[in-house]
Write a protein that binds this ligand. Structure first.
Ligand SMILES: Cc1ncc(COP(=O)(O)O)c(C=O)c1O
Length: 455
C-alpha cells in the first residue's frame, strides 16, 4: 500500500473516531440533562451562589462561615413527590448553624467598640454546646478568650470540642431560668464580674425595626474594669444569643438571602426548630418579606412548649400535664432546639410562624436512622426533627407535585454519639429505635401497623 493511501486511511479513521466520541458525549450529555431533577435545571439559569472561583482565597477560618450548599434529600423527596431541600449548615467550620451567629455577635460587638481583639477580653455564653463551640472558634480566630457555661447533662463530645478549642468550660446542674444558677444567668453574671460593674453607655437603640421588640442592648452586657475605660482594656462580654439581635440579623441577612438565591425564589415552606429562635425568626422573616405565601413552620421537640404556643397561644407541653417530665429543662433527647420560655428572638418569630409540629424523640431517632440508611446522611438530633416536620407538613398539606420545602441540617451526628446516636442510652431512657416509624409516615407501612402522626 502507498504511503498516501495509508495516510488517508489514518485521517479517515481519526475523523471516524472523533465523530463517534463526539456523538456519544452529546448523547451522554443529553441523557444526563434529562435525568437531572428540575431543581438543577432551574438552577443552571441563574448565577450560582456557591462556586469555586479561580484565585479565590478565603481569609482564615471565619472566611469559611456561611454560603453553605443546599441539597435535595433524595429519599424523602422521591417518596413524597415533593422537593425537600436542606441547607448544609453542618459544613460550617465550627460544625453548626451557630457559626454564623457567633461571627455576627462578635463582629457587631467589635463595630460598637465593645470588643477589641487581643486585649485579653473574654466572651461568656450560656449554651447547650453548639453556640459555645462556634463562639470558641470565632473568638480564637479574632483574639479573645471564651468561658462557656452549660448544663451538665448535654452530650460530652461537645465539652471535649470546647476544651480542645481552649475554652474554659463550667458545667452546672440544669435548673429553671428563674433560678440565679441557671446557666444563662450564670454566664451573664460571670461576664459582669470579669471587670467590675462599670458598664459602657453606648446606645444601639437605632438597630431595631419598628415591629421588633426592643432588644437587650449589646452594650449593656459588656463590662470594662473600673480603673480603665480605655479601648485596650480587657473586657468581659456576654454574647447572650437568646436576647441578642445579632443572632436574628445573621439569619435575616445571611441564611435567608442564601436560601432565596439557591432556590431561585421558589420556597413553598421553610421549616426550622427554635432554640433561641434566631434561625426561624431571621430566615422566616426574610423569606416572608420576599414572598408572603411562603409558609414558616416550627419543628418542636417533645418537652418544648412552643408548639402549643403557636397553635393555642399557651407555652405548655403535655409532659407537664402527664407528670412524666424527667428533666428540669426541655424534656427530650434532642439537643439545641425546644424551649419553655419566650426570648426576644422567639418573640420575633412567633408572629410569622404559620404552623407547628410536635416531634417525639422516637420520630427524631427514626428519621436519623432512616436518613443514614437511605441517603448516607449522618445528622444530629435537631436536623432529624426538622426533617420529620417536613414530612408531617407535606402530608398535612396533601402536597405531591414537586412543592419545595426547605429546612436546615444544623449539625452532624458526630456531636451526638453519647446520647442521640447511642442505642444503649436510648434503650435505658425508653426511647424506641425504629426506622419503620418514618417508613410508615411516608405511607409505606413496613409491618402492618400504622404510626400515629403526632402533632
Ligand atoms: C444543634 C442546634 N440546632 C438548632 C439550633 C437552633 O437554632 P436557633 O437558636 O437559631 O433557634 C441550635 C441552637 O443552639 C443548635 O445548637
Amino acid at each position: 500500500m502507498s504511503n498516501e493511501g495509508s495516510a488517508l486511511r489514518q485521517v479517515l479513521f481519526g475523523v471516524g473516531i472523533g465523530v463517534a466520541i463526539g456523538a456519544s458525549l452529546s448523547l451522554a450529555a443529553s441523557i444526563t440533562t434529562q435525568q437531572k431533577p428540575s431543581i438543577r435545571r432551574d438552577h443552571s439559569k441563574l448565577a450560582r451562589p456557591i462556586e469555586l472561583r479561580s484565585g479565590e482565597v478565603r481569609d482564615g477560618v471565619t472566611g469559611l462561615i456561611g454560603n453553605t450548599p443546599l441539597i435535595r434529600i433524595k429519599s424523602l423527596s422521591d417518596a413524597l413527590g415533593v422537593t425537600i431541600l436542606a441547607k448544609a449548615e453542618l459544613l460550617n467550620p465550627g460544625g453548626s448553624v451557630k457559626d454564623r451567629v457567633a461571627l455576627r455577635i462578635i463582629q457587631d460587638a467589635e463595630q460598637l467598640g465593645l470588643l477589641v481583639p487581643n486585649t485579653g477580653s473574654r466572651i461568656f455564653e450560656g449554651t447547650v454546646g453548639s453556640t459555645g463551640i462556634s463562639i470558641a472558634t470565632v473568638a480564637r480566630a479574632r483574639g479573645y478568650d471564651t468561658t462557656i457555661i452549660m448544663p451538665d447533662d448535654v452530650a460530652t463530645e461537645k465539652v471535649k470540642a470546647l476544651e480542645a478549642l481552649g475554652a474554659t468550660v463550667e458545667r452546672v446542674r440544669p435548673v429553671s431560668i428563674v433560678d440565679k444558677k441557671q446557666y444563662v444567668n450564670l454566664a451573664r453574671k460571670a461576664a459582669l464580674e470579669f471587670g467590675t460593674s462599670s458598664q459602657l453607655n453606648a446606645s444601639d437603640a437605632s438597630r431595631g425595626a419598628s415591629d421588633i421588640p426592643p432588644f437587650v442592648s449589646t452594650s449593656e452586657l459588656a463590662v470594662a474594669p473600673a480603673n480603665s475605660k480605655s479601648p485596650s482594656a480587657a473586657r468581659g462580654f456576654f454574647a447572650d444569643q437568646f436576647e441578642n439581635k445579632s443572632n436574628y440579623d445573621a439569619h435575616f441577612e445571611g441564611t435567608g438571602p442564601e436560601i432565596w438565591s439557591q432556590t431561585n425564589g421558589h420556597v413553598d415552606a421553610f421549616i426550622s426548630g427554635a432554640g433561641t429562635g434566631g434561625t426561624i425568626a431571621g430566615v422566616g422573616r426574610y423569606l416572608k418579606s420576599m414572598s408572603e405565601t411562603t409558609r414558616v413552620v416550627l419543628a418542636d421537640p417533645q418537652g418544648s412548649g412552643l408548639c402549643n404556643k403557636v397553635r393555642y397561644g399557651v407555652l405548655f407541653d403535655e409532659a407537664e400535664r402527664e407528670g412524666t417530665k424527667r428533666r428540669h429543662q426541655v424534656d427530650t433527647v434532642v439537643e439545641g432546639i425546644g424551649i419553655n420560655r419566650l426570648t426576644q428572638n422567639i418573640n420575633l418569630a412567633l408572629p410569622i410562624i404559620d404552623d407547628a409540629f410536635r416531634i417525639s424523640d422516637a420520630e427524631a431517632v427514626s428519621m436519623a436512622r432512616y436518613l443514614v440508611q437511605h441517603d448516607g446522611l449522618f445528622l444530629g438530633s435537631s436536623s432529624a426533627c426538622n426533617l420529620v416536620a417536613c414530612v408531617k407538613l407535606v402530608k398535612k398539606m396533601g402536597w405531591c407535585n414537586g412543592e419545595r420545602v426547605v429546612t436546615i441540617m444544623c449539625d452532624s451526628g458526630t456531636r451526638h454519639y453519647s446520647k442521640f446516636w447511642n442505642d444503649d442510652y436510648l434503650r435505658q431512657n425508653d426511647i424506641p429505635i425504629q426506622a419503620s416509624i418514618v417508613e410508615e409516615m411516608l405511607g409505606s407501612p413496613a409491618n402492618g401497623h400504622t404510626h400515629k402522626l403526632e402533632g
